[in-house]
Design a protein around this ligand. Structure first.
Ligand code: NAD
Length: 448
């Protein structure tokens, strides 16, 4: 590991790139933690349960998912070969309402990842006080390798396989990594064909033309912004000209990049799965968004002014605000001590491991946890769901006002508790969310 003094010298440079080989010495336990997000999610419950003196029975209950479905998805590929993909849908908790959570298509999806993501959805819905539980789904596939026809067949067959597991009163999926409004439209259509009537409320994140909500596509980015703005007001910190680094340039990373860029912040680095671009004076996000929307990767962006960097190096760039908005476990024990920012705003779900969280806290870095920071997506998904059920649609002004109201309230609750009890924001957010679930558990009791 680099010595503290060496680290400070490195951090004084514009671009901080610690020696990776030194970082990887003797930290095996975090690699185990990295490998299993569900272990990490359960570990987070234990940490909070101890701090809040949670009843052992409730802790035991919340550490299990209610039900998991594993399905095989046969798809006849364009070349005439049959491929069979594995898919999952998990309900972590329906204590406070029907399940809610996205569907992810990615090559590394497995049951434990989906269980972890479903668990985090439970906390998120509870923290926002939405009448929803936590669920998640995924298919182990690299969708970039499929034709449009294959992708549609995969989506429709996956929907058919989980048909009895989802529904407006049961569990309402939404987009997540590598899934989008078109995929939600295929899910809605497949479900509706089986029911013999249009059921728009079965899924959120749909195109507006078939019952989607205005503001859903940018909701997670807007939510990140409202939460960050509320925090900056407390800190007397001006976002204009602040230096921002973002990992991930998809729905979440792209939206928050665009919002902050338009507010005058400098996005000094941003990455996709192929790596990132860096410039000390800030990147032109409009140009990069146009490039991304042509289905192009950042590694191929031709610009001699920007420096191309790896995702690992991007995370340790000195900045004011670091926004991990790609996948889980990105800030871990291997790199946490080298993170050099004032605020980590978690756009992704589970981007920081519990051990890394401790290190960030010790280093005085404020972490706005995923279940608060990125909750704008589920919040507007909830608005979409109630609009569908009532067949009455809201304006973008109403969506953004209601979103801001709910998120600022959640932020204020977390802020107040963190000050009163000297908790980190993550602990405070978990305590609030889990307390509501504990109350629901107590009121409903255990059947039979
Ligand atoms: P997306 O598919 O639109 O974008 C993901 C981005 O991350 C892409 O730029 C991709 O290239 C990059 N990426 C993927 N794997 C990577 C890796 N190994 N290293 C670095 N970059 C990688 O997905 P999204 O919807 O933006 O979701 C991103 C994260 O935000 C996920 O953790 C998701 O669960 C979470 N989230 C999404 C929403 C939503 O509304 N979409 C809401 C809340 C949380």
């Amino acid at each position: 590991m680099l010595k503290k003094q060496e680290k400070e010298i490195v951090f004084n440079k514009e671009l901080v790139i610690p020696e990776r080989t030194e970082l990887f010495e003797s930290i095996e336990d975090d690699i185990t933690e990295k490998a299993d997000p569900y272990e990490m999610a359960k570990n987070q419950i234990d940490i909070v349960a101890e701090k809040m003196g949670l009843d052992d029975n409730i802790t035991k209950y919340l550490k299990k998912v209610e039900r998991s479905l594993i399905v095989s998805i046969p798809v006849m590929m364009d070349n005439g070969n049959l491929e069979i993909f594995e898919g999952y849908r998990v309900h972590h908790s329906t204590l406070r309402g029907p399940g809610k959570g996205g569907i992810r298509f990615a090559p590394n999806v497995d049951l434990n990842e989906v269980k972890a993501l479903a668990t985090w959805m439970t906390w998120k819905c509870s923290l926002l006080n939405l009448p929803l539980g936590g669920a998640k789904g995924g298919v182990c596939v690299d969708p970039k390798k499929l034709s449009r026809n294959e992708l549609e067949k995969l989506t429709r067959r996956y929907t058919a396989e989980i048909l009895n597991f989802i529904g407006p009163d049961i569990d309402i999926p939404a987009p997540d990594v590598n899934t989008n409004p078109q995929i939600m439209a295929w899910i809605m259509d497949t479900y509706s064909m089986h029911k013999g009537r249009a059921v728009p409320g079965v899924v959120t994140g749909k195109p507006i033309e078939i019952g989607g909500s205005v503001g859903r596509e940018t909701a997670t980015g807007m939510g990140l912004f409202y939460t960050l703005e509320a925090l900056c007001n407390k800190l007397n910190f001006n976002l204009k000209n602040s230096r921002v680094v973002i990992q991930g340039f998809g729905n979440v990373g792209g939206s928050i990049a665009e919002i902050l860029y338009n507010k005058g912040a400098k996005i000094i680095a941003i990455s996709d799965i192929t790596g990132g671009l860096y410039h000390k004076d800030g990147l032109n996000i409009e140009d990069l968004l146009k490039w991304r929307d042509k289905n192009c990767y950042l590694k191929d962006f031709n610009n001699s002014i920007y420096k191309f960097i790896s995702n690992e190096d991007l995370l340790t760039i000195k900045c004011d605000i670091l926004i991990p908005a790609a996948i889980e476990n990105q800030i871990n024990q291997l790199n946490a001590d080298y993170i050099s920012c004032k605020i980590v705003l978690e756009g992704a779900n589970g981007p920081t491991t519990p051990k890394a969280d401790e290190i960030l806290n010790q280093n005085g870095i404020i972490v706005v946890p995923d279940i608060l920071a990125n909750a704008g997506g589920v919040c507007v998904s909830y608005f979409e769901y109630i609009q569908d059920i009532h067949s009455y649609f809201w304006s973008i002004d109403r969506i953004n006002k209601e979103l801001q109201k709910i998120l600022v309230k959640a932020f204020e609750d977390v802020y107040k508790l963190s000050k009163e009890r000297n908790f980190t924001f993550r602990t405070a957010a978990y305590v609030i969310a889990i307390s509501r679930l504990a109350k629901a558990y107590e009121l409903r009791g255990i059947f039979p």
